[in-house]
Design a protein. Structure first.
Length: 290
């Protein structure tokens, strides 16, 4: 059974974490594109991520993004995963403890807790979009995770293997997520991992899926809010020719939003070029008059 493959990565730039993820369908080509529910989920998620990018600007609100994402997923007969959050990132963190959050498909508790907020200049956000062709309800899988992240907890580990493993984690990954495959001796790493997780020095990233077992697509990127728009520092690689859907976005406002350029410098470059051409033309006319 064909499933979308999700790839997640992270790094640090100027003391801020940069997180990115995208989905691909293995084997899909321009000549043989992915179709059906797979294509619907991936295209819906991609367009949701692109729409959100154009809305994360100073003065706009998180509610605008939630409403726009709902319109896009409805167009593709899909649903955002319930309860999934995007959030402001603080220094040295990949998951910020902040009230500035964007919820794609709020559950009942979030409808009461998540407040409307405005984006402001110099903020950094991790925009994370999950879309499924199922109901949108999440369920934790029985599959064991291999991805973990360090917490702020402290504990004096008893086992020598645990101490050596945790020291290696701190030195190599700091507060960034990591996979057990990054260790030369994975079996030895698993021995040290157990005590670290038991005492909450490390937090696992659980494997979750749609409760109906339907495909889930994810797109994630990090974006900086700046005075003249925003800057997406990662992500953006996507080939729409690899997917073919029977659905399309009809809402005129959403279509117009997606048609906007996501490049904050595009306008400035055109003006500069236009001004340069005008100056050269004026210079030519002056030379002709002489």
């Amino acid at each position: 059974q064909t499933r979308p493959l999700r790839i997640l990565s992270s790094g640090i730039n100027a003391e801020y974490g940069g997180v990115v993820a995208h989905s691909i369908v293995v084997g899909s080509t321009a000549e043989n594109p992915a179709t059906g529910g797979l294509a619907d989920a991936v295209l819906a998620a991609h367009n949701c991520a692109e729409a959100a990018l154009r809305l994360i600007k100073a003065g706009n609100t998180n509610q605008q993004i939630t409403e726009t994402i709902q319109k896009i997923t409805d167009a593709y007969n899909c649903s955002p995963l319930e309860g999934m959050l995007s959030y402001e990132i603080k220094r040295y963190q990949t998951e910020g403890a902040t009230d500035k959050q964007i919820v794609l498909n709020p559950n009942e508790a979030q409808k009461k807790e998540i407040k409307s907020m405005e984006f402001a200049v110099h903020e950094v956000y991790a925009m994370d979009v999950f879309v499924t062709t199922g109901s949108g309800k999440m369920k934790e899988s029985n599959v064991s995770t291999t991805v973990h992240k360090r917490s702020d907890e402290t504990y004096l580990l008893k086992m020598k293997a645990s101490r050596a493993f945790f020291s290696d984690v701190c030195n190599r990954f700091t507060l960034m997520p990591f996979t057990l495959r990054a260790f030369e001796d994975e079996k030895k790493a698993k021995m040290g991992l157990k005590e670290c997780v038991t005492h909450e020095l490390l937090h696992p990233y659980p494997v979750q899926h749609d409760s109906d077992g339907k495909p889930v697509a994810q797109f994630k990127y990090t974006v900086l809010v700046v005075p003249n728009g925003n800057i997406r520092i990662n992500g953006g690689l996507f080939d729409p020719s690899l997917f073919k859907s029977e659905h399309q976005i009809e809402d005129k406002e959403v279509v117009a939003l997606l048609a906007q350029s996501a490049n904050r410098k595009a306008g400035g470059k055109k003006k500069k070029k236009k001004a340069k051409s005008a100056a050269e033309e004026a210079k030519s006319e002056a030379a002709a008059d002489n």
